[in-house]
Design a binder for this molecule. Structure first.
Ligand SMILES: [Zn+2]
Length: 58
């Protein structure tokens, strides 16, 4: 059997680029989830496709 490596990376705020306290794996898929950045206080949508976070702004 093949081992699938799971890598985790931190989510970043598209506004200020700071790390958020959310980890995504390299197989993550997500949309329609909003997060408020604790640094710049802006709300942004968390869009992740196959573990890659989109930098689309709200
Ligand atoms: Zn921010």
């Amino acid at each position: 059997m093949f081992k699938i490596a799971i890598k985790k990376s931190w989510l970043h705020c598209p506004e200020c680029g700071k790390e958020q306290k959310i980890l995504i794996t390299n197989t993550a898929n997500c949309s329609g989830v909003f997060l408020k950045c604790k640094y710049c206080k802006k709300e942004f949508e968390v869009i992740v496709a196959d573990g890659v976070q989109s930098d689309l702004q709200v």
